[in-house]
Design a protein. Sequence first.
Length: 170
Amino acid sequence: MEPRQQPGQTPLAIHRDPVHGLALLYPDWWQAYDIPDGRLFSPGDPDTFISIEARRLGTPVTARDLPDLESGFLAGLRAVPGSKLQSHRSYDAGIALGLEARQLYDGHKRWIRLLYRGELQVRLVAQGATERDFDFWLPSFDPAMTSFVFDAAAMPGLDPFEGRPPPLSP
């Protein structure tokens, strides 16, 4: 593995989803694949990846919904055969709500985040093929999972008028 491909040394690229106005960082040399409702990035091992999926729910999610969302989230994770939850939490950040967990199942280790803003649900997953692979790639997973933004237009290098007509001049 080249030095630039080592976790913590990897240059990062920005994935932007202009449909939902989202962005996340990922290692620039990882392969990208389209998946239903999103994108998946992998160093070549299909069981090691970072993924982002977004969907509109048709109804806004509020802080009052958080206990029910958390209950369903944890029930779903526990239903996975061989699942062992290592940690989980929920949070209300004002402009967004979130659920997150670390899970072991079938030899894999995952970090899962569900984020809600209005009626938009975003699912982020960082998975290692094994627990050891997860720990190895954690320095690359961390920027993707923690620097995700709902407002991609605020990120450097993105023209907020890209794809739209320029503002009218006076």
